[in-house]
Design a binder for this molecule. Structure first.
Ligand code: ZN
Length: 411
């Protein structure tokens, strides 16, 4: 089971100084910055997934790449741009989430295929249109239940037709990447139908899309219906799914790969569980920056909070955390201080219980990854992109190591 990490231009700046919070002035973004596969001795994934929408932007959105980066990406190829080692896999897709609300995909099969070919990808997924609804009852003709919405059927037909033209185009032009057919569905049977159609066209690598919002039991239900239809040579990819608890079951049903950003984004986009420990997940410690936090700025402007007091508490929190890491500051006082600072921001949520667990167990001391070794307690501080992203990298590392342990047991 391979894990692909989606590129969203998440890099860290190695010149960033965690004490002064300053960086090298002459640093060039992306060129001097590091990807997760450059931070750790061994890459924490088997390959990367790059969306055309992230690189070029689609449908009026600008993507994540500057014009110069886009050019370099296309001229040198994705692998060289991402500085991805040779043994790692490179998969492309079109970034269907960016146009999910449109009646039809705003990209053509030709544009997408030439993006893969020029970018020298190993695998390229066909153009698809996500189906947003899922209901297993639609397979059972339950009386009183409305039928399958027309829009679902339309999106599936469209996705199948696009896969057909994509396959034809790839064959005609003898493109070097291996095409992946995308299956969209609204129920177990409809996914099975789409997969069968793609196999008939000659696809040997098929990705199931639209699974992100589904419960694990529903994903298994879909695979249960798909796997009896699979030819021996057909392999499955799951888009946007990290359910490590079910890797064995997925693998038995033909799944060979998946991708997900959630270990990264959970570090800074969620309210809780931001740091992956060995036994559990922990909430990171919020120490927002006084000078960029809007809520606090407004409170300072309105006179509710004194600016100097805010700066003082911010400094004190950071110093206390460092001292705590050296066992020179008591846990209880630290939590009190953190809460006091939190109140300046008008934060309603109280993290005392979560902080207590994190500070008591000190999971960053146990982790042998390069991020935790270098940062110490800073890895669990929720503050600014350099800390938050590194914590995300750590989560990716933990996820991958867990996957490797599971993998070694699959027979
Ligand atoms: Zn770590």
């Amino acid at each position: 089971m391979k894990f692909f990490f989606p590129d969203s231009q998440d890099l860290v700046d190695p010149s960033f100084d965690f004490d002064t919070e300053k960086r090298n002035d002459v640093r060039i973004r992306q060129r001097d910055d590091l990807y997760a596969h450059e931070v750790f001795k061994k890459s924490p994934y088997d390959g990367m997934l790059v969306s055309m929408a992230i690189v070029n932007g689609v449908n009026g959105s600008t993507g994540r790449y500057t014009l110069g980066q886009q050019r370099r990406f296309m001229v040198r190829g994705a692998r060289e741009f991402l500085r991805l080692p040779k043994h790692m896999d490179l998969m492309g897709d079109c970034g269907e989430f960016t146009y999910v609300k449109e009646p039809e995909p705003p990209v053509t099969v030709e544009q997408v295929a030439s993006f893969y070919e020029q970018g020298r990808f190993d695998f390229g997924a066909s153009v698809d249109h996500i189906i947003l609804e899922y209901n297993a009852d639609w397979d059972r003709n339950v009386p009183g239940i409305r039928g399958v919405p027309e829009d679902c059927k339309r999106r599936q037909e469209l996705t199948i037709e696009l896969a057909r033209s994509f396959q034809k185009l790839c064959r005609k032009n003898k493109f070097r990447f291996q095409p992946i057919g995308i299956a969209q569905g609204w129920s177990p049977k409809s996914y099975a139908k789409a997969v069968s159609a793609l196999q008939k066209m000659g696809y040997q690598y098929i990705a199931l899309g639209g699974l992100v919002p589904l419960k694990s039991s529903e994903i298994l239900e879909v695979l249960e219906s798909v796997s009896p239809k699979l030819k021996q040579s057909t392999r499955l990819h799951l888009f946007g799914v990290t359910r490590l608890d079910h890797v064995n079951e997925f693998s038995r049903r033909g799944v060979v790969s998946f991708d997900s950003t959630s270990p990264l984004t959970q570090a800074f986009k969620e309210d809780r569980d931001n740091y992956y420990g060995r036994r559990r997940k922990y909430s990171a410690i919020r120490v927002p920056q006084v000078d960029i936090n809007l809520k606090l700025k407004n409170r300072i402007l309105s006179g509710e909070v004194e600016q100097s007091e805010a700066f003082r508490l911010e400094r004190e929190c950071l110093n206390a955390l460092r001292q705590f890491d050296r066992r020179r500051f008591p846990r209880r006082d630290l939590i009190k201080l953190l809460n006091e600072y939190q109140q300046l921001f008008g934060g309603k949520r109280n993290y005392s219980v979560e902080y207590e667990a994190l500070l008591k167990e000190r999971p960053w001391k146990e982790c042998r990854c390069a991020v935790c070794q270098e940062l110490g307690i800073d890895v669990v501080i929720f503050r600014g992109a350099e800390r938050n992203r590194r914590r995300g990298f750590h989560n990716v590392y933990v996820t991958y190591n867990r996957l490797k342990r599971i993998r070694s047991k699959i027979t």
